[in-house]
Design a protein around this ligand. Structure first.
Ligand code: ATP
Ligand code: MG
Length: 423
């Protein structure tokens, strides 16, 4: 029996790799220009890190985590998101001790046990950015602006930035009761999960994907009418700074996001053409997370881009190019020489290839043609005795002789990096 990949875990093939790299390189370029430094966090964390930060009533913690007991009996989890891990690293290594403001980014895979479908995998990749140490609403606007900038640089054209304010624990306290009372009167229309959420964390009902629940929430009271003065003012300022930077946005008063640690600003970038999984990126402010994880009282804000989802809506790049030169051989001696030439050329950065299956010259040339290799050199007994090798330019259809003794040197000069780039 053939062993296949685990459901929801996919391979990223060479055909797709240049688009992946472009997105990653664009992310590094933009984020580093905005002062973010790369951090690399482990794939595995203690389960309690996520249970404590993401929130016990969220879908992620309730049903999506890859958790297991390791051989020592500790409960560990494959990271379902990066903010909690980055916050843990920030606290553990006291990254706040050098400068009050710390900007970090991370690119890597996340793991969630969800039903695989278009734009939803069990192993997927995120680009994460986090700013620790600044409560000022300018940073909220800057983070959203740079997210939109980065997505546009990657080729995303039709998208919308949606924002909301989730308030602070103080404003949410009162709102919880209002919302709970509202839901209490509509229990017949709520799904099983939401009946439980109503008791433990009624705000989560806004995030329910069940149609009946969403209909109920159309009429629900909104958090925006219950914000305390500080949160209301913060939100107004965030909006005015977005306007200052000329970043278009819309307010979505029902957006709560799938994580409990958010406070004040929450946002999402939705793209056209993605169907139900339309959020390519999402994030928010989390002013209590660091303290809740045992760190100092430090505010934070960040976002995550879903790379697979982004790739569904941006133009893809062609596959990586074929080798530049194919050396076709006839006979043992020629094969030995080609072997050395290929090695020397590859060592100097020129992609060269040859055949190792003792095929006829014709079939070697057919292979080079099929791979669309632009240059082909031919070497056989005749070439060895005459001291000249034929180099064919397959696109121009022209050919010329190159001295056997200086072949590698000549090829380096003719087809070396600068020439290669010009092709
Ligand atoms: P959704 O409502 O789409 O499930 P979420 O609230 O779970 O999103 P976050 O945890 O905020 O999303 O993750 C940020 C981004 O990561 C999402 O906007 C999306 O682009 C991507 N993402 C989340 N889950 C998956 C998944 N299972 N497969 C692929 N991408 C994902
Ligand atoms: Mg989700």
């Amino acid at each position: 029996m053939v062993v296949k990949a685990v459901r929801g875990f996919s391979d990223i093939l060479p055909e797709e790799i240049l688009t992946w790299r472009k997105v990653e390189e664009e992310a590094r370029r933009v984020l580093e220009a905005f002062g973010f430094r790369e951090i690399r966090i482990p794939v595995l964390e203690r389960t309690e890190l996520f249970a404590r930060s993401i929130g016990g009533e969220t879908d992620i913690v309730q049903k999506e985590m890859y958790s297991f007991l390791d051989r020592g009996g500790d409960s560990v989890t494959l990271r379902p998101e990066a903010t909690a891990s980055i916050a843990r690293a920030y606290i553990e290594h006291r990254l706040y001790s050098r400068d009050p403001e710390v900007r970090l980014y991370f690119i890597g895979p996340m793991f969630r046990y969800e039903r695989p479908q278009k734009g939803r995998l069990r192993q997927f990749h995120q680009i994460n950015a986090e700013v620790f140490g600044v409560a000022h609403p300018m940073v909220d606007a800057e983070v959203m602006a740079l997210l939109v900038l980065l997505l546009s640089r990657c080729g995303l054209t039709e998208h919308e930035l949606q924002i909301n304010s989730l308030g602070c624990p103080r404003c949410r306290e009162g709102f919880r009761e209002t919302l709970k009372a509202f839901l209490e009167e509509r229990t017949r229309k709520l799904c099983q999960d939401c009946l439980r959420r109503k008791e433990r964390n009624p705000l989560r009902v806004f995030d329910c994907k069940v149609k009946g629940c969403q209909e109920v929430m159309e009429e629900a009271p909104l958090l925006e009418d219950h914000l305390c003065d500080e949160c209301k003012d913060h939100f107004l300022q965030v909006r005015s700074y977005l306007e200052e930077l000329k970043v278009p946005y819309s307010v979505n008063p029902r957006m709560v996001r799938g994580l409990d640690y958010y406070t004040k600003t929450a946002f999402e970038v939705v793209a056209k053409g993605l169907g139900a999984q339309k959020a390519v990126a999402a994030g928010g402010r989390y002013d209590n997370l660091i303290a809740e994880l045992g760190g100092p009282e430090v505010p934070g804000i960040g976002f995550a881009i879903g790379v697979e989802r982004l790739l569904l809506v941006i133009p893809s790049l062609p596959p990586p190019p074929p080798p530049l030169l194919f050396i076709a051989t006839l006979g043992d001696e020629a094969e030995r020489i080609a072997f050395r030439w290929c090695y020397e050329l590859k060592a100097s950065g020129i992609t060269a290839a040859m055949d190792h299956r003792r095929r006829s010259l014709k079939s070697q040339l057919r292979r080079a043609d099929k791979l669309e290799i632009p240059y082909v050199a031919i070497i056989g007994e005749e070439e060895i005795s005459s001291g000249k090798v034929i180099l064919r330019d397959m696109r121009q259809g022209s050919q010329q002789n190159i001295p056997l003794d200086t072949f590698v040197q000549e090829i380096r000069e003719r087809l070396g990096p600068s020439v290669h780039e010009a092709l």
